[in-house]
Design a protein around this ligand. Structure first.
Ligand code: PLP
Length: 451
């Protein structure tokens, strides 16, 4: 179905008379505007269903989904194997409480341990909860090591946490406290104390700030929200060595870049040394809410019964879905597909970039790519949406692509053709370069320019 051909559908709502799709859309938008808290600026589009890497709206328009629910829909929409497992488990037991056992949690933990090289797993409902759990685990470990009474000792000497400038780790108080974006942090201050920010990929700054008071360093192996910036090998090795020297945890946030996105199961697997703790979430259960905290035995031992828990995390339905997701990635050889499609995408975008100097850099790995512009990205996202293409913009000027792992060669070709047309159309509009933005090559400079 052509993306710009609007089919005048009529939709039945709640058994009432069929009314025109446009009126249904207007009603949904009106309800959201009136009753939802104002946390998102959404276009007036209502998605009704999807198939593969395509989504369809209530007016019958088709969209090529190169955002994948921000790295969640790794198998696209309505993947038949995911649908089958979710239907089956919904008819068995959706939830049984973490007070009891069910058949999938241990199996999934084992699979994740094998893939990551770590030993133990705790399941959460989201990325931000996995990060909060990671911070608690690192502090709990340091306090336990501190000896008798250290749990109770507020302001224990080994409790400070290092995070990176330009980071994003989530929205709960713990995760927000290690997120370096004034726009997200300041309205909710004071945050969790004891956090220091290290300049991105700056080994000297890391060495200066990493002392014996540090119980953890947290980093995104590839910064996502911050504009798609990979951590350098040199920085990773230094963080690893310093964490080991000070008996602190190296925590990798792989919520966006993990679970296959780079063409490896974990982005850190390109480095020689492993982290102590890893947080994952987004694609894990194929769109159902599931996150996880993985840790080596040394750190994992700091959680004993009663110290941490969750009502919903790791129920049978979501764990069965996650096992199926991982089985599909393996059986359909999706890691190889990610690498091949990534190479085609990159080459295609580079060719387009050669004609448009305002495309100044293409960053990222696998199917996590950032297209850095010297102009505002929002007009490109809007024009892409009008053309039936879903992408997003982070940091004001980095177009972000996080397509499903299942994209085919012809999806990449379609994306490139549409994207080129979008770039061409927007380039003819009045340029909206951000003052001071054109030189912003580093994450910190980019942040300063957009804050
Ligand atoms: N960490 C990273 C790197 C993320 O990209 C995100 C979400 O975008 C989070 C943490 C927070 O995850 P969630 O939105 O599932 O709480």
């Amino acid at each position: 179905m052509s993306s710009n051909k609007i089919i005048k559908q009529k939709i039945a709502i709640g058994g009432k008379a069929r009314i025109p799709a446009k009126a249904v859309t207007d009603r949904i938008v009106a309800n959201e505007t009136r009753y939802l808290m104002n946390t998102y600026e959404r276009p007036p589009i209502v998605f009704t269903h999807g198939h593969g890497c395509r989504l369809y709206d209530s007016q019958g328009r088709e969209y090529l989904d190169f955002l994948g629910g921000i790295a969640v829909n790794a198998l696209g929409h309505a993947h038949p194997r995911m649908v089958r497992v979710i239907r089956r488990e919904a008819g068995r037991a959706i939830h049984v409480s973490n007070l009891y056992r069910h058949r999938y949690q241990g199996l999934l933990a084992r699979k994740l341990a094998e893939l990551s090289g770590l030993d133990r797993v705790f399941f959460t409902n989201s990325g931000t909860e996995a990060i909060d759990a990671a911070l608690k685990l690192a502090r709990g470990y340091a306090h336990a090591k501190g000896g008798k009474g250290a749990y109770e000792a507020a302001g224990s000497p080994k409790s400070s946490i290092l995070a990176l400038e330009n980071s994003f780790h989530g929205r709960t108080f713990g995760a927000l406290s290690i997120t370096d974006n004034a726009k997200y942090r300041n309205p909710f201050a004071p945050l969790v104390p004891g956090v220091k920010f290290v300049r991105f990929n700056d080994v000297n700054d890391l060495e200066a700030k990493f002392d014996s008071s540090v119980c953890a360093i947290v980093l995104e192996t590839i910064q996502g929200e911050g504009g798609v910036y990979p951590v350098s090998s040199e920085f990773w090795q230094s963080a690893r060595a310093l964490a080991t020297r000070h008996d602190a945890a190296l925590i990798a946030d792989e919520i966006q870049c993990g679970l296959g996105r780079t063409g490896r199961y974990f982005a850190y697997q390109k480095f020689d040394a492993s982290p102590d703790i890893v947080a994952i979430a987004k694609p894990l259960a194929g769109g159902l809410p599931l996150g996880a905290l993985l840790a080596n035995d040394n750190f994992a031992g700091a959680f004993v019964p009663g110290l941490h828990g969750t009502t919903f995390g790791g129920g049978p339905l979501v764990c069965a879905a996650a096992l199926e997701f991982l089985a599909v990635v393996q059986e359909a050889k999706l890691l190889a597909n990610i690498r091949e499609r990534s190479a085609e995408l990159r080459t295609g975008i580079e060719k387009i970039a050669a004609h448009y100097p305002f495309i100044r850099e293409i960053r990222g790995e696998g199917l996590m790519l950032g297209i850095d512009l010297s102009r505002e990205g929002a007009p490109f996202v809007r024009e892409a949406l009008r053309s039936g293409l879903l992408i997003n913009c982070t940091h004001g000027h980095v177009l972000r692509l996080l397509p499903p792992f299942i994209i085919r060669r012809r999806d990449v070709a379609e994306f490139l053709a549409k994207f080129e047309a979008v770039v061409s159309r927007v380039s003819k509009m009045k340029a909206q370069a951000k003052p001071g933005n054109t030189q912003a090559k580093t994450p910190a400079a980019a942040l300063a320019a957009t804050a």
